[in-house]
Design a protein around this ligand. Sequence first.
Ligand SMILES: Cc1cc2nc3c(=O)[nH]c(=O)nc-3n(C[C@H](O)[C@H](O)[C@H](O)COP(=O)(O)OP(=O)(O)OC[C@H]3O[C@@H](n4cnc5c(N)ncnc54)[C@H](O)[C@@H]3O)c2cc1C
Length: 413
Amino acid sequence: MDKADVVVVGAGPAGSTFAYHIARQGWNVILLEEHPLIGRPVQCAGLVSQRVLDMAGTSKMVRHHLGGATIWGPAMHPLKFQAGETRAHVISREELDFLLAERAARHNVSIRTNCKFRRISAPSTATRPTMTVEVETPGGNTEIETRLLVGADGVASTVARKLRLHRPIEILPAFEADIPFPAAAQDEVEIFLGRHLAPGFFGWSIPDGEGNVRVGVGTSARQGVLAIDGYRQLVRTMEKIHKSKFPGPIRTIVSGIPVGKVPKISTDHGLLIGDAAAQVKPLSGGGIFTGMRAAEIAAEVAHQALDAGDLSAARLRPYDTKWEEELGEEMERALYFRRLFMQLGDRELDRLLEVLRDTKLVSTIVAFGDIDFPTVTVRELLRQSPALVRLVPKAVSAYFRRRKDLAPDVLAS
Ligand SMILES: Cc1cc2nc3c(=O)[nH]c(=O)nc-3n(C[C@H](O)[C@H](O)[C@H](O)COP(=O)(O)OP(=O)(O)OC[C@H]3O[C@@H](n4cnc5c(N)ncnc54)[C@H](O)[C@@H]3O)c2cc1C
């Protein structure tokens, strides 16, 4: 039977980042990926901040830069922002995954593609400090004995279930397609709001810098519009804006975005990171930055636990605490603002954009805009605009007053 100090399931950004950081400390790591090729299929729009490039240690996967946004409300009156400088990067997600896995492999991580984690065949016990995991391969099932199992296996995490850790509160269905059509403004992301196309979330169009737009929709499953129908509606809307018929897509993505708070992300001999732990920004659905940062924190804690020869839940618990300290507040605020956003009907959404059209507020959005910490901007807007506060239930102002002194420390770093 194979043996490894750590088995990581899933070679996405979270899994490969964790594998790299823990292997650098000298631990023996096996990284399992169920697909034959790392990075495929792509299930992402590939919009990231500079922080992601810094954590990846490369910008090779960057295809394009964005410095502005246009938000379309249900009545189709645009609200535009332009920073005049790069605020987000459009990447090849396939290449990001590949580069991260390659970096892990350079540090002796044994990457096994076509290997699917099935179950824990023998759990650790008080007298047995390792567990055995069963892996399905094209040649039949095999087993690996390990001290630590890390679930980086995405939104439908099998590891989370096998470790008996709770699942995210809500999974937002999403549909995206790459359409070979030049965007109207090459350095802008377009956001589309409205209950007819994306109830409980939004639609987007992102130029990829290579002559295509990545057009997608996320919806709240509870609100009765299928993501594919929302997408079709969005394409019709965009065709009206561009006064032109769109060609068919060259690639489509169907996936889910986990939104909510998972109560525990560590247990005896087990950790969850990335989408498996619902470490996704609730207002945007972005999970690359949060998943990679969580992987870095988790690797630090795991290294200390392995070093101490103690992989108990108590020893791994600092991962939960450190994650909470660093990003918990932003996630909690974002979940709250998302709940408020979901209460807005189409008329209120249009009114919201009308209020935001104020030049001072537009400048605030440009000055504070940060795709990883959107609630900092929301908080600042609410501070400046009584008209905005009046739009949403009174609860927001109470919440805002309570939270006004909290700012994420990570912003300073
Ligand atoms: C339509 C859409 C657009 C998005 N756009 C953006 C965006 O623009 N920016 C952003 O930051 N985020 C975006 N996201 C979110 C982002 O894609 C995820 O948050 C991110 O991929 C999570 O990384 P991860 O490593 O946790 O999981 P994943 O990237 O999902 O990787 C999990 C890996 O585990 C593998 N796996 C699963 N089960 C097993 C198993 N049993 N055994 C072995 N391997 C297994 C999978 O094959 C996969 O490779 C988007 C999501 C969707 C759905």
